[in-house]
Design a protein around this ligand. Sequence first.
Ligand code: NCD
Length: 314
Amino acid sequence: MKHLRSIDELGVDGLRRLLDLSDHMAEINRRPVPKVPALRNKTVVSLFFEDSTRTRLSFETAAKRLSADTMSFSVGTSSVNKGESLRDTIETVAAMGVDAFVVRHKSSGVPWQISRWTEASVVNAGDGWHEHPTQAILDCYTVRTALNRPEGFDGMHIAIVGDIKHSRVARSNVWAFASLGARITLVAPHTLLPPSLEGWPVDVVHNIDDIIDRVDVLYMLRMQRERMHEALVPSLREYTAQFGLTPGRADRLQSHALVMHPGPMNRGVEMAVDPGELPGSVITQQVTNGVSVRMAVLFDLLGSGSALVGEASS
Ligand code: NCD
């Protein structure tokens, strides 16, 4: 694998390989010194043209635990503000010697463009409304470990609730969950669905109460208010009443059901309960697992066959 730009490009075999590799990385992360020399002398650059807390820190932590050198680029303090083009920025940073770019950008397709301008590997950390493949892999890893389903998700029912239209997480997760065998239901008002769902392996319902007591995983999405240029819901209060996870709805979940959210959460909007009080919430595990999964991705892209992941830490 040279790049990780979409779940489709990864394919189901690649997904399974990364999930297995994530188990090794999780084992490293449980050690007293969670660090291995696997990517020594490799350089990983994070290029974030859009805001991020957890994804950027997660990739940087993952790179450091594999002993890679890291560089971080924030658009707010860069020459982009002096009018430098994306291509010039990439070529300038690449000239310093870079093995992988981790890229987040508000425009769909930017990771593909960048991979035409550099020899380095490119990891998509979120491009516009399009894809967020490492989020999907860490979510599959979280479901697989929390429900103890290493062989796959056959027979599992996953509901993805909320602002599907603007969600790169939904676009990546639908394909990843479905390729592992899960049945997926999207739950949203018409205005928060993409104009066409042709070819998506999903069912759609418009009433969360129709399915909440039957799902194995309830995946809540953030209302992406920064991407909405018109009123797509009558009011946030009404949205919560119709689609939010309220205490009454949480009580109707099956006892084994997981509650997930990619973060950042809008408390009181889609999450009208304190996730800390939900026995099925794995939202914190998603963040923890994100580091192991991103270690697996970086190792898969940059590690040499001889760098044994399980070897003693330095
Ligand atoms: C998501 C993103 O940025 O796409 N967050 C994340 O990466 N953890 C989801 C979101 O912003 O709602």
